[in-house]
Every structure is written in C-alpha cells, then in structure tokens.
Design a protein around this ligand. Sequence first.
Ligand SMILES: Nc1ncnc2c1ncn2[C@@H]1O[C@H](COP(=O)(O)OP(=O)(O)O)[C@@H](O)[C@H]1O
Ligand SMILES: [Mg+2]
Length: 334
Amino acid sequence: MVKVALKGIRLSREGFTLSIPELEVGDGELLTLLGPSGCGKTTTLRIIAGLEKAKGRVFFGDEDVTEKEPYERNIGIVFQDYALFPHMTVFDNVAFGLKLRKLPRAEIERRVREVLELVGLEGMEKRYPEQLSGGQQQRVALARALVIEPSVLLLDEPLSNLDAKIRERLRGEVKRIQRETGTTTIYVTHDQEEAMAISDRIAVMKDGRILQVGKPLELYYNPGNEFVARFLGTANIFELNAKDGRACLGSLCFEVPQGGRVKVFFRPESVVVENGDDAEVLGWELLPGRMRLFLGIEGIKITAERPLPELPFDPGSVPKKVGVRVVKYSTISL
Ligand SMILES: Nc1ncnc2c1ncn2[C@@H]1O[C@H](COP(=O)(O)OP(=O)(O)O)[C@@H](O)[C@H]1O
Ligand SMILES: [Mg+2]
C-alpha cells in the first residue's frame, strides 16, 4: 500500500485544461473525485494510471512513477463498462493478470478463490460473463483488479451502469472490500450521494480544477464556495447585510465573522420548524418519513426538511405560517 501524490499536473486539450497543482491520497485512503460530466475526473485517473501524458509528476509513496508504463505501476482499474473478456469464464477473467505474471498454478487458484470470496462470488468460477447480472459482472471486474494486490485501485464510475438498488448495495460492498484490503483507492463519480456514502475524503472538481478537498461532512456543512455547496445537496444561500457581527433575515439572525455583505449558507435539515410566524409556508412535499417545506421570509425562499415526528403540526394540516430556527450554518465567500 502506498500514498499517491500529484504535483503540478497540467494537461491542455482544445477547450479544456486540467490543472491540479497538488493532490495527496493517503495510504489506505479512499478519495473520491466528484464533479459533473466533462470536468476532468477520468483524465485525472488516466494520468495516475499512466494512460495519459501530462505535465507534472505522479508519486506512489516516495517513488516517482511519472515515466513508468501503466503495467509497471501495479494498479488495479475498474471502468464503468465491465470490460470483461466475454469468451472467458469468471475464473479465467480473474486469473488473467496472475497468468501474465506467470504465477504457479496452485497459487493462482488460491488467490482467485480468495478474491471471489471477498467480492461475494464464490461458486461462480465456471460461469461466463453473459450468464451474470450487471452487478455480478462488476464484482468480477473488481475481483480482477484486486487479485494482483495492486498498490493503488482506480475506480471510474464503476456503478453507473447499474440499477439504483444494486448500486446502493454494491457501493457498500466496495467500501467494505476497500477497508478489508486497505488498498489506497481513487474513486470517480458524478453522484454526490455515492461519494458521501463511501469516501474518506472527497475532491470536488469543476472545469479541470479541484475546488475543495475534505471529509464528506466538512464539505457538506462547510463548503468553500457556492458550487461545492450546491453540488453536494440542496443549499439555502442568500446575501445579507451584517452589522456588529450579526446578519438578520426578518427575525432569523446569524452570527457572522465580518461586517458588510455576507453570504449565509445552511442545509434544509438545519432548519428547525416550530409553532410561530417567522416564515410563510409557500408549499410543501411529503417524502418518505419526512416533509420538505418551502418557506418565505421577506421575499427570500428557504427550503426546510424535517422528519415527520419532529413537525409541530399534523402533516395533513400544514399551517400558513411557522416559526423557524437555524441550528447549523456557515458563511461562504461572495
Ligand atoms: N480522448 C479525448 N480526446 C479529446 N478530448 C477528450 C478526450 N477525452 C476526454 N476529452 C475531453 O476532456 C474533458 C475532460 O473529460 P473527462 O476527463 O472524460 O471528464 P469526466 O470524466 O469528468 O466526465 C472533456 O471536455 C472531454 O470532452
Ligand atoms: Mg469520466
């Protein structure tokens, strides 16, 4: 296992520039590159794998691997499309990399059996890819990447082609397997929920740049800018005038670090709804186990979300006005 470091990475294509001055992924860490389509996630992964040439250096541990070929880097890769060999059994698909390395037959059999157990596919050795579901095929792809005991595991939207239910189950499995093996992993996705669920840290990307790196909840509750705030979930963001360390919207006041114009930010679940008349109820949605309320205060719209047992009224008779308190908020740069 190794840590991975990128230094001064720069790559230009027509209409697109990737620029990553510095990024470190800790030994045994799972770091996710999260961002919209076209922001440069796959390109970054390909640079780490050695499949794409760029300016700058790539380090695995203390070793500079920039000039090394992909096959010399000891990486495991899983792509969105399973890319299994269709004419080979599960066993042969997984054993492929070990045969290339000319390991003894008994050793290959032992390692393939172990890794198939790890990904929950014991007993499936003799099947062909077409005899497996999408989720099972992706487990084979994961097994094939892990069986070589890679220094670094690279996963590029590995769950994107699967149904929602299977995607949720498999992301938990990916996390478990990553923890069990302790493999340094770089995971790519455009799905913020998936990123939150599995990552030790997330790097949010936009237009070829990393905007912010942090633990999931750090990014979620203390985003550095509006893009990160909105990409990670529903965000209440509005500007206020601050005086003496306070900025108020009607009866709702926030303590802020500076005077003048400030941008206040909070999540829907940070809004506590009470009996009262701070806000007008503009609309609401009933969701499984919770209610989303669209509130208005002095022309500003706020989204609140409460678990049903925490509402001060019956979900069947929503009042015209409610009291509100915001229990967790931060300011973001203008
Ligand atoms: N082989 C390629 N040739 C030219 N442009 C490419 C190639 N692959 C990707 N791009 C472009 O580079 C940018 C980044 O792409 P990519 O890294 O695939 O983004 P992501 O994985 O975040 O969706 C996009 O503008 C994309 O259109
Ligand atoms: Mg991509």
